[in-house]
Design a protein around this ligand. Structure first.
Ligand code: URA
Length: 434
């Protein structure tokens, strides 16, 4: 077998065999295939697509390209959650302690942010002392001891996906449904869960800009789940506004703590309740979605979810003083208001641009190796449908560099489309696909 024939086959719109896909993945991980050859094949896949069978083979080859976690000691219904990515998406940090507080084991591997979307691991690392790097043994022990571990997906899980994802990022091949589906599902298979709840984000701050594309992605991931024997549910969520009110690592941790204490923005609450109730159902702990939502609300109200978060932070070496009193968390030197030059209603928000502004302030990475600044970010006080008065501060920029901060202020004004006509508030949950 050789890579030239495989590239030519896909270039000519032919179907690759399992052996050919396996050969490509294995050889690329071993660096026996060059980046330019892999780029050619990925671009051919991007243009000519893959059949379901090819996608399944591609997914499995990536999933088994490194270590595969065995979580069978936690039962047959270990459930995991993944988001296709968004701006201000702190849902994992709120949801996972809630699920663990209900006695459902949470063994969650998360990633870092890349591009305009944030990553759970970066947010966790803004808590002083929190250790995201753990051995598999420690990761499992933590779940056994306190029911939850939130760690970095650095245990050589699906290394082929890591390499191919980074490559796709450099050759404009990220926004492709078969490639996104296989990337996500390979990581979920490698991280050991046998039930999967996927949050598929839709809108200006997501990879899928339209509901039709999001449904196509969701249906494909469900088909892959079925083909590999992992029950999968997709919840479509609205990314035409940031989730909650904060963008940026420390700012988001503060919002997480407030949410776990019961003060949740309506969209955060809707998404947490929907994803959480589906996770409870898949884990075999409650058939009725409405009853499950009540269980979640109960554990927020009685403090169990918040206490579980404190336990998690403490168990992974974090200093809980910063959670008990979030005013101790260090924020950027400059807090600059974004003042409206217009009066009216927020008609739409360019969320991708908002995510990029936060990234340029230092909250995210433009390149994989970039250092990030946890202290910077954006607070949005107004979302779609809200009224803004003339000269009202509708957002705040947190910056450590005044020039960058002032530039961000002007750019944020351009992200908001404010009109005279009253507009409706957005629905957070756009659909559930099983
Ligand atoms: N998230 C992933 O994990 N992979 C993709 O390809 C896109 C979003």
């Amino acid at each position: 077998m050789n890579i030239l024939d495989i590239i030519a086959k896909k270039r000519d719109k032919k179907i690759l065999t399992r052996q050919e896909i396996q050969y490509f993945i294995d050889s690329y991980v071993k660096e026996e295939i060059t980046d330019y050859q892999a780029s050619a094949l990925i671009m051919a896949i991007y243009i000519n697509g893959m059949t379901d069978e090819e996608i399944k083979d591609f997914t499995l080859a990536m999933a088994y390209s490194g270590e595969v976690l065995d979580l069978s000691m936690f039962g047959e219904n270990v459930v995991d959650k993944h988001s296709t990515g968004g701006v201000g998406d702190k849902i994992t940090l709120i949801l996972m302690p809630i699920i663990a507080s209900l006695g459902i084991p949470v063994a969650k591997m998360s990633g870092r942010g890349l591009g305009f979307t944030g990553g759970t691991i970066d947010k966790l690392e803004s808590i002083p002392g929190y250790e995201t790097n753990q051995s598999i043994e420690k990761f499992i022990k933590n779940v056994e001891n306190i029911g939850i571990s939130l760690s970095c997906a650095n245990l050589n899980l699906a290394p082929a996906d890591k390499k191919i994802y980074a490559l796709r990022d450099t050759i404009s091949c990220v926004d492709n449904i078969p490639l996104i589906a296989s990337s996500i599902m390979s990581k979920k298979i490698a991280s050991g869960a046998n039930k999967i709840v996927l949050e598929v984000t839709v809108g200006s701050g997501a990879f899928m800009k339209t509901i039709e594309k999001a449904e196509e992605l969701a249906n494909l991931m469900i088909r892959i789940g079925n083909l590999v024997g992992k029950e999968t549910i997709c919840v479509l969520t609205n990314m035409n506004e940031p989730i909650g009110y904060s963008i940026g690592n420390t700012l988001e941790v503060i919002e997480v703590v407030e949410a776990l204490r019961g003060y949740m923005e309506h969209d955060v609450r809707d998404i947490v309740l929907e994803l959480g109730s589906q996770m409870i159902k898949l884990s075999g702990n409650g058939e009725d979605i409405e009853v499950n939502k009540n269980k979640i609300l109960q554990n927020i109200n009685n403090g169990r979810a918040y206490n579980k978060f404190i336990e998690l932070v403490s168990n992974q070496g974090g200093d809980i003083q910063f959670i008990q009193n979030t005013e101790k968390l260090k924020l950027a030197k400059y807090k600059i208001p974004v003042c409206s030059e217009k009066e009216g209603y927020v008609n739409s928000i360019n969320v991708e641009k908002l995510g990029k502004i936060s990234c340029y302030l230092g909250a995210g990475r433009l390149k994989k190796e970039d250092e990030i600044d946890n202290e910077v970010g954006i607070i949005v006080k107004k979302k779609v449908g809200d009224k803004i008065n003339l000269n009202e501060d509708f957002a705040y920029v947190y910056a450590n560099n005044l020039k960058l901060g002032n530039k961000a202020v002007e750019q944020i004004k351009e992200c908001y489309n404010i009109t005279k006509e009253k507009t409706k508030k957005l629905k957070s949950i756009l659909g559930i696909i099983k």
